[in-house]
Design a protein around this ligand. Structure first.
Ligand code: HEC
Ligand code: HEC
Length: 276
């Protein structure tokens, strides 16, 4: 009896902080997927007023480019048409390394160059959150790649630590692995990879129903005259310094809820970039 009681009390004692920990992990995962990562920018069907949240992360968005016609995947936990049957490790490998459980490679435009740098802890949080999203039954078409995909995006990723604890390092992690700002805002080499010698210099073009939008130069050459508040307003609301409403595909609707700490880290990082 005594032993049983101890066991019951011990379970209570460990489970209270464990619940708190789970809640913190889920909240971090939600923030990474829905706010900074804006996975829904590609994985949630877009309606006339932005993403259709009744079908959050159900996939089916089409990216029709010369080298491919990619269709974003259903990443809700639906067991038939989503990722409900995948293990945590399989989902982590898919996000960070671009490899499905059957060994096939996930194609562009999912930004694997950046996602390879996601920390183990953040990846775990994202998977925990993805498991809680309402499952949506939505079978999406297969993507067609008219270009050879590499066998892999690099060697297996064993483990990634969180960024160093200073504003510029945290901001670099945000602009890279978590929010992939630098994917769009860095010019592309003919090989399809970002030209890292011109990090943040802008120039990439995006065609859509809005016409053509050109990613801006985010190095000090582009933002020298901008105040921090002007950068923040552009990122959160899509209103440029001169008052112009910016065009897609940047995910202002998601970045709106970025934390004040993340925003100031991000700006510190942009200010630290070599000017191009
Ligand atoms: C720029 C667009 C884009 C962004 C941003 C993006 N994805 Fe994707 N993702 C895609 C496309 C397109 C595919 C399908 C590619 C293919 O068919 O090979 C895909 C495939 C996947 C798959 C494979 C699923 C399957 O069934 O094959 C997973 C898992 C995934 N994405 C998770 C995520 C998560 C989590 C995020 C946010 C951190 C994210 N993606 C952000 C475009 C994107
Ligand atoms: C999917 C691609 C994409 C991603 C991801 C992206 N951007 Fe952008 N961004 C653009 C494009 C394209 C424009 C220009 C839109 C226009 O001119 O209408 C732009 C414009 C901007 C501007 C306004 C510049 C100006 O001159 O008005 C800022 C600031 C900016 N981005 C910062 C960021 C930051 C910070 C992030 C990450 C949190 C980010 N962007 C993520 C594509 C992207």
């Amino acid at each position: 009896m005594r032993i049983l009681l101890c066991a019951a009390v011990a379970a209570l004692c460990v489970s209270a902080p464990a619940y708190a920990q789970d809640a913190a992990l889920l909240e971090r995962g939600r923030y990474l997927v829905e706010v900074t990562g804006a996975c829904g920018n590609c994985h949630t069907p877009m309606g006339p007023n932005g993403p259709d949240m009744s079908r959050n992360l159900a996939g089916g968005s089409v990216f029709d480019e010369q080298p491919f016609r990619a269709v974003s995947a259903n990443i809700t936990p639906d067991p038939e048409t989503g990722i409900g049957r995948w293990t945590d490790a399989q989902i982590m490998r898919a996000i960070r390394e671009g490899i499905r459980p059957d060994g096939s490679l996930i194609g562009p435009p999912m930004p694997f160059g950046m996602y390879r740098g996601l920390s183990d802890g953040d990846l775990q949080a994202m998977v925990a959150y993805l498991r809680t999203v309402p499952p949506v039954r939505n079978a999406v078409e297969k993507s067609v790649y008219r270009m050879p995909l590499p066998p892999a995006y690099g060697p297996p990723v064993v483990s990634v630590p969180p960024p160093a604890d200073n504003a510029v390092a945290r901001g670099a992690y945000l602009a890279g692995p978590t929010a992939h700002c630098m994917e769009c805002h860095t010019p592309m080499l003919p090989t399809g990879q970002n030209d890292m010698s011109r990090l943040g210099a802008g120039g990439m073009q995006f065609n859509g129903p809005w016409g053509i939008s050109v990613a801006a130069n985010l190095t000090p050459n582009g933002l020298r005259e901008w105040s921090d508040a002007e950068i923040e307003r552009a990122v959160r609301t899509g209103v440029s310094r001169n008052g112009r409403q910016l065009n897609p595909p940047m995910a202002f609707w998601a970045y709106r809820s970025m934390s004040a700490q993340d925003m100031s880290d991000l700006i510190a990082y942009l200010r630290s970039l070599p000017p191009h």
